[in-house]
Write a protein that binds this ligand. Structure first.
Ligand code: IMP
Length: 435
């Protein structure tokens, strides 16, 4: 893909784990620049290449394609130890990133006391089921102007002073209930860890602007998803970054006109990990069947995911929020063999009225009654189907209703985990890339 008018964002439309990784894998080879713009090692994405399984948390997925230049944007928070391990793991598997990785000097560093604070809070009454990786506190320190940026690593002489600000605050919050490593030890360890990364730190905004102007194709790889967005998700049960479209511009420094298409990714059903509203959740044997067949256990923490029917209300909200041009619908095959499949097509409030938009507060979410529409299931398997004509009629009706409810056309249908299990329908925004 070489035309200047072909930059694409891939964003999650539910609560994460939609299967964005498969699409990023399929697509990244077609792009020159692959960019992460928010989140940290709370994201997890497993790729299988030549029979080798590689887990990526912070390195952009284009790592496996030698032609891709990888960018870690300013909106990301990085755990250096984890990042170095990922790089080492990639290197030993034959994926050398030298000369094709740039980390924003404005990205923030996740520090040991951020992790301690995250885990301490998760042990208390206000637990929200975070990944415990220090993501929230790292973003808090950023907003409180007490964060450590990657660029600060180039100034070891002032590093202890930068770290001290947040360190002292966290100590007060913890009130002696958790032991922190001494500040000197944190600083020394960081100086040591940072050494191999120093040559990779730079001005990613300038890099991306130049790449865009000269016509390089750019793929923006979202982490987490719209319903976990700090503004537009199910607050307070969200992550601490903007995982929807706004985060892309804040987290790269590129203007909106540098983006041309948005691919929104959703599972054919819904999952979420951690606490929080989930109106279409199935707490019965059907939910368990989705979990087992779909192998719905977290790649980052191993936690069993909560499972439920496709929720068209949240997906429509996510499509509107992000201006989604086409839907990537994943894991349709997991729903094979269900006698009936449901879809949440509306919400009623506590008084039986219809909700036109998503509630803002947890108290209002607690009142939501889902309106479930039932569809006849399909007997014939969809696993591995690569031609839309081969889909059972019932599966076709289900998908048509799903796209209709989401007000967005289908761009890709995944019918299994392998790269070749799925198809790009005629007229899809992905047609020039994947057909
Ligand atoms: P945090 O991002 O670790 O602060 O976690 C906040 C919420 O976001 C929790 O419910 C997590 O389970 C959820 N979360 C964070 N990252 C992911 C992800 O990559 N997939 C799914 N859920 C996530």
């Amino acid at each position: 893909m070489t035309s200047a008018a072909s930059n694409l964002a891939i964003l999650g439309l539910q609560w994460g784990d939609e299967g964005k990784g498969k699409l990023v894998d399929l697509l990244s080879a077609r792009f020159r620049q692959v960019v992460r713009f928010q989140g940290g090692n709370n994201a997890g994405h497993t790729v299988v290449v030549d029979g080798q399984t590689i887990a990526l948390h912070q390195v952009p997925s284009g790592a496996l394609h030698p032609g891709c230049f990888l960018v870690v944007g300013s909106g990301v928070v990085l755990n250096l130890e984890v990042f170095l391990k990922e790089l080492e793991n990639l290197r030993t598997r034959g994926f050398d990133l030298s000369g094709r990785l740039l980390i924003s000097s404005k990205a923030h560093v996740i520090l040991p006391h951020h992790i301690a604070l995250d885990q301490w809070r998760e042990g208390g009454a206000n637990k929200i089921g975070t990944t415990g990786r220090g993501i929230g506190p790292a973003y808090e320190m950023k907003a409180a102007r007490m964060g450590l940026r990657m660029g600060d690593l180039l100034h070891p002489e002032t590093m202890a002073d930068r770290i001290r600000l947040g360190y002292e605050e966290v100590k007060i919050l913890l009130g002696g209930t958790a032991t922190l490593p001494p500040l000197e030890a944190i600083t020394e360890n960081l100086i040591k860890l940072a050494q191999p990364l120093l040559p990779l730190i730079g001005d990613t905004q300038d890099h991306l602007w130049k790449a865009w102007r000269k016509g390089d194709s750019i793929l923006f790889e979202g982490a987490q998803a719209t319903l976990l967005d700090i503004d537009h998700g199910t607050y307070p049960y969200v992550t601490s970054s903007n995982c929807s479209i706004g985060g892309l511009f804040a987290g790269t420094g590129l203007p909106p006109k540098a983006l041309h298409h948005v691919l929104g990714v959703a599972k054919a059903y819904t999952t979420r990990v951690g606490a929080g509203p989930f109106p279409s959740e199935l707490l019965d044997a059907t939910g368990e069947k989705l979990r087992q067949v779909g192998r719905e256990f977290g790649t980052t923490t191993g936690r069993p995911r909560r499972c439920g029917w496709f929720d068209a209300v949240i997906t429509r909200h996510a499509c509107r929020t992000n201006g989604v041009d086409g839907l990537g619908i994943m894991k349709l095959d997991v729903m094979d063999g269900f006698p009936e499949v449901g879809m949440v097509v509306g919400y009623r409030d506590g008084e039986g009225g219809t909700l036109e938009s998503l509630p803002a507060c947890a108290a209002d979410w607690a009142q939501v009654q889902p309106v479930v529409k039932t569809f006849k299931g399909w007997d014939a398997p969809t696993r591995g189907i690569t031609d839309p004509k081969d889909l059972p009629a019932e599966a076709r009706s289900y998908l048509a209703a799903l796209c209709d409810e989401a007000e967005t056309p289908l761009a890709y249908l995944s019918t299994g985990p392998d790269r070749n299990e799925g198809f790009v329908p005629a007229g899809s925004i992905l047609e020039p890339l994947l057909r």
